[in-house]
Structures are given as C-alpha cells and as structure tokens.
Design a protein around this ligand. Sequence first.
Ligand SMILES: [Zn+2]
Length: 197
Amino acid sequence: MFKYQCAGCGQAIPTSCAGCAAKIASCLPPHCDDAVVALSYEGLVRELMLGFKYNNQRAVAAMFADRLHETLRTIPEIGCIDVVTWVPTTRERRMERGHDQAETLARKLGRLLNVPVRKLLVRETVGHQTGSSRAKRLVGVSLRARKLSVPTSVLVVDDVVTTGATMRMAKQALWLAGAARVVCAAVAATPAPVQRR
Ligand SMILES: [Zn+2]
C-alpha cells in the first residue's frame, strides 16, 4: 500500500498540505537572466531542497518537478524542446548522496513534458584546484557537451542557480556541440543579495 506524505511537514495526506503549499508558493523566484526559475531558494524551499539533495526524498523531487513544469508551461519555447538534460554534479557528490539531484529532476521533467532525457553534459576538471585563488577555481571546472548530430532544442535542468555561471557554461557547451536552441531551467534561485549603500 502506498503511503503519501506532505513534502513539507511529513503529515500523512495525499499531497502537500495547504500550509506548506502556501509557504512554498510564497517563495517567489528572484529575477534571473540565465534560467527559467520556479522558486526562491529560501525558507521551506531551501529546507526541502537540502533534504532532497542528501536523501533523495521522492515526494519532494516530484513536488519540485511539478513546480518547475508549471513555470515552464508559461514560456513559448517549451513546445519545441527535443531533449531534456541536466547539469551533472561531481562524481564525489553523487557517490556521497546516492543520486544526482539535477538528473532526478530532469528525469521527472522529461516524463511530465513527454520528451526524452539524455546525458549530454560532462563535467571536466582542468588544472589544479588546491591553493588557488577564487578566480582560478572558477576556471577549474568546465562543462563539455556530447556532439549533437542534428540541430536540437535542449532543456537544461539544475536544482539551484546561484551566480548563473554554470548555466551560462552549459549553454555555451551545448551551442558548441550543435544545439539549435538551449533553454535553462532551475527549481530555485538564490535571492539577490541586499544592495549595500
Ligand atoms: Zn505540510
């Protein structure tokens, strides 16, 4: 027998309880130039995301994929997507957590959009990372995309966008690999830092 739980508070009910749904919905996404974003990475969204990353909570993954799907349905490009892919996490983190949270989300979104999901991006580490400056560390990770034989419209999924640098790197790599169109999407983005005067 299936047991359902609210993803927010763990109550045994069929879906998110009204209280948690309202808390999640109140985390309106910040403006983001680099990706379509469903939620702001704060409050209950942040707590649930951390739980999902480290424990692969299925109810949370489904809820986040639904939220992102709802947001994606509002953009015109979504009807043209040929393939869904994801920004891969590091091998160490995947081993540690038992799953790649971006892949889990991409697979759920592929099902919701009825579009195939393929691993197109590969994480590469270049140069040394120890003891280097922040600028060098940023250069230290790069993404490469598998060659696309036909012009393809790709949807790239990630869990959280912070600076947007990774999304821009993914977009660049996919264009170089022959993508015709790249749409980036993330469940949440970190709120813009408070402007200091
Ligand atoms: Zn709840």
